[in-house]
Design a protein. Sequence first.
Length: 289
Amino acid sequence: MSSPEEPSDFEFPPGTDPQRRRPRLSFELLGCAWNGHALVGTDAASVGDEDTLVVRDLDHDRRLHRCLRCDAWTMLPVPAHPARPTPAPRDEIVLPDRGRPLKGRYVLRLIALTRAFNVLVLLLLLAGAVAVLADRTALRDDLVANASALQDVFGGQVIGQVQSVLAGGAGPLWLVATGLTVLVVLEATEGVGLWRATRWGEYLTFVMTTLLLVPEILELTSSTSPGTIVGMVINVAVVLYLLISKRLFGLRGGAAAVAAEREHDISWAALARHIPGRSTLDPGAGSRF
């Protein structure tokens, strides 16, 4: 299947490098475990020598298919009722994410999950604000009746602030509800942008997280609670990751470097680099692959 000669630019497929003493987490294998292999030519009547980069015939009944994501070769039967005469041409095939772009997508989705949690918390707060607006009098009476017990839990200063808000009319509460609604929309938009790995989502996350650092830093001047410290460390890590890894604001080459990185890891040339002796397997100028 391959030449014993190994080209200088050969790269071992995910999880196969014998020189690594410690195994490295392969996001390609995780993606295939979740989504299945990305195979080409499973519906083709025949394959030729020009298709050997991704699919090869073993005999009349069996065929080897290469996963475009993790580079694993899977043996499948030749289709009894093929839908097309040959595998799809290159320009019709959408290559799945792999390499550094795939790793970045997983990190962005992890951040997006934290935004989903923020949206849930904000919605609960918004529901509480709406409930207070619906019946401020009853809530104020309950607060006064249970002031002693609540002060032991939340502190007298917090309870006093809540009482002043309830006694000040509906205006401040409407302002709080409006602010919470805006935050819910921004956090949800941010999460969608991150989940889809969009450039605007990365910029929005950077701006929102940077703005959030301001009150956290101010809070540290008066309180050093573990929750505040952990939250600030996470937000600083997110900001640094977006700046350095995602090259925002032109840092480290900016969007052009991101595009070049994607072309290096997600391309037909990248697939060829994971084939030993690719000089015998690389397609000619007129081949489909």
